[in-house]
Design a binder for this molecule. Sequence first.
Ligand SMILES: [Zn+2]
Length: 321
Amino acid sequence: MKQLKQAALNILAHKSRLIGKIESGNQGPTLVFSGGIHGNEPSGVIALVNVLNTLQKQNIPLKGNLLAIIGNVQALHAGMRYITQDLNRLWTPDHIYKLHNGGFDTNEITPEVEEMIAIDNKLIKFVKGKPAEHRYFIDLHTTSSFSAPFAAIDKMHQSIAFARLLPIPFIVNLDDYLKGTLLHYLDHINFGAMVFEAGQHDDPNSVRIHEALIWMVLVTSGALAQHNVPNYEGKLTLLSGLHPNYNDAYQIIHREPANQPGFKMLPGFVNFQPIKKGQPLATTQSKQILSPYNGFMFMPLYQNQGQDGFFIIEKLKTPGF
Ligand SMILES: [Zn+2]
């Protein structure tokens, strides 16, 4: 963690939100990447710096437009998940309305509301005059416990079609369960949106996985030709080799709340682990919680904070997904 944090602090020396911007002047997608929406997740920021450096040093031509930004500048600088509020829970309909219409009252301005306003300003300025089609936003995250990489996307047709082309499993309805995530805002401003979780916060591998995903997105979106990616095959293998069903779409079919007296996960569950109906998954003061379905474990709670005990997901079979 110390190493990654130091690398992020070096990037932040100038406290700028902007990591990089490319406006090629050629027709192509409009891509925005963000890292560090959670300040204790420097991996995405480092990966974006590395990829942009490679593009520049090797003079790799890009089509379309690219913006790479830091999400929560103040929290990243402090090495904390957030200063006063989780920036990835603030994008509620009320706040989005205030961003674009009403404005915030002075007493509503917290460090994270400041971040939100700054992100919105940057994005609105960036997309001005650019085509409304082929807009994708990729939000880079890491997790507190071990996990195979995965993505969560909104249900817009273009997001699903796009996620299908990447060698990673994805969840289509996580934003129905988490209120106020950036995805809600991105739907509002007409971006296909994807949250990508690379692995653990303090694992240097998370940076490599984030980098591989960024390169894949550049190719899949048509911003970059495959032959321009240094070691494309290696990056593809890195992503697809990390998950046995790497290209599957999933949806949440059950949420178990954590706010039950004495709630505790049974040890050892990991994301995408197959589970059987009737299998014990957690305990409370008064009972054992058995799985109501056959499916797969998702986001089991092994830390103290959090409102979600665990989710159960199933593979989507519907054609078109
Ligand atoms: Zn995060």
